[in-house]
Design a protein around this ligand. Sequence first.
Ligand SMILES: Nc1ncnc2c1ncn2[C@@H]1O[C@H](COP(=O)(O)OP(=O)(O)O)[C@@H](O)[C@H]1O
Ligand SMILES: [Mg+2]
Length: 289
Amino acid sequence: MTAQLDKMDHVAIDLQHLSKVYGSGHVAVKAIDDVSLHVLEGEIVAVMGPSGSGKTTLLQVIGALLKPTSGDVIVNGTSISACPEGSLCQVRLQTFGFIFQTPNLLSALTAVQNVELAMNLAGAKGEKARQKARQLLEELNLEMRLGHRPANLSGGEQQRVAIARALANDPPILLADEPTANLDSKTGQGVMELLRKIAKDKGKTAVIVSHDLRIRYFADRVLWLEDGRLRPRWSEGVTIDPVCLMAVEKDKTTNVIEYEGEKFYFCSLECRREFEKAPSRFKESKLRS
Ligand SMILES: Nc1ncnc2c1ncn2[C@@H]1O[C@H](COP(=O)(O)OP(=O)(O)O)[C@@H](O)[C@H]1O
Ligand SMILES: [Mg+2]
């Protein structure tokens, strides 16, 4: 019994038969379908899934931004579903740091002020907050950009400010939704390296959802989501675009070509054209199967 309790002590996120249905009747969409999962403290989990598989919904339900239709989310031993609506805002601020696809920084504020504002919202004010904001930005290699406004920062720099903002109130859990989707491949990799390093240095638990398969290299554990369900692997219906390495559903794309007797599926016309220019560059992509 004690051993079991000790083990449970290290579970940061416990999802119990989680489901989320949007709408009702004949327009009902089951976005999350009976998902159960333990994420351990300090663990970085990547949830990979094609577009529409339920990634954003899953992350928002974990982060108490959306109520599940059934099932429960237990964070550090406390049931989020049981929290009264009025206290959820505080739970969110103290428990979760969110990183989205777009950094959503306030354009009139500098990098430091954007991070500081997140602290102010949770009650930390003045020089102490400013000092901590500076320190976080320095840890994300932004020491030369502290006084810059978002318009004068590159996409990768803006996303690193967003990571600092997510860490502003020292939440135990980071939740990231497609954090590299708006970045080129090299910048995305740099951002993910830093995200992983800072999460590990600070002992944070992280759940990252994405359809960019490269994210999996930065995770301790990779899970596969398809049609709202976690699976040991994707079905035959899901494949990888050999150019951008994004997950695509075969029956949801019209960008398909046959090359040397094999079918290739692309997320967009741009990727298909890129492939057609030099198929041999992409056809051996190790990630595809
Ligand atoms: N607010 C909403 N109302 C109705 N359906 C939604 C809503 N948000 C998402 N969906 C549907 O739920 C499914 C999962 O969506 P989402 O969680 O955004 O997937 P992903 O992030 O993997 O692209 C999709 O079929 C989507 O169309
Ligand atoms: Mg999404």
